[in-house]
Design a protein around this ligand. Structure first.
Ligand code: HEC
Length: 136
């Protein structure tokens, strides 16, 4: 009986002590960024803001930014400028499902950097922009 409760307590501790997926992903990106540039000293939401708000000639030669689809207010819903599809708010403060799955973050950061920048984002850029999104 005692052993069972000990195991239950351990299991519970294990669950609560686990890092949130976004923190785990940021950790992976940080080691990658450090590998790319040994002088890397951490992500920065200010750099992330620039990545998110600046416009570039992107998909189909259109001048767009991340805001073109996700909007100026990340706590409000957006709309895909190419398909017209509704996009739920990107801020995890307004939408708790956001940044809760590493697979989804990777997939969409890859696609969305291609849309706006016509290339993949670097590990540092991805970490910076995630920090910015979390701050909004
Ligand atoms: C052409 C429209 C479009 C543009 C431009 C765009 N996004 Fe997205 N983004 C989407 C769509 C569509 C989804 C996936 C649908 C959803 O989750 O609502 C998404 C999902 C995401 C997610 C996943 C969030 C999660 O739930 O984990 C992140 C992060 C993200 N976008 C960041 C960015 C960043 C950073 C940029 C600029 C480099 C950007 N987006 C530009 C349309 C866009």
């Amino acid at each position: 009986m005692k052993w069972i409760s000990f195991i239950v307590v351990l299991g519970f501790y294990g669950l609560t002590a686990q890092a949130a997926p976004v923190d785990e992903y940021l950790g992976q990106l940080a080691s990658e960024a450090k590998r790319d540039d040994p002088s890397f000293s951490g992500f920065d939401a200010k750099r992330g803001k620039k990545i998110f708000t600046s416009t570039h000639v992107g998909k189909r030669g259109k001048r767009i930014s991340c805001r073109s689809c996700h909007g100026k207010n990340l706590q409000a819903d957006g709309e895909n400028i190419f398909t017209g599809k509704h996009i739920k708010a990107l801020s995890p403060k307004a939408n708790p499902k956001r940044l809760s799955k590493i697979k989804k973050m990777k997939k969409w950061l890859r696609r969305n950097f291609k849309d706006v920048y016509n290339r993949d984002g670097t590990a540092r850029e991805k970490g910076d922009v995630l920090l910015y999104i979390m701050s909004k």
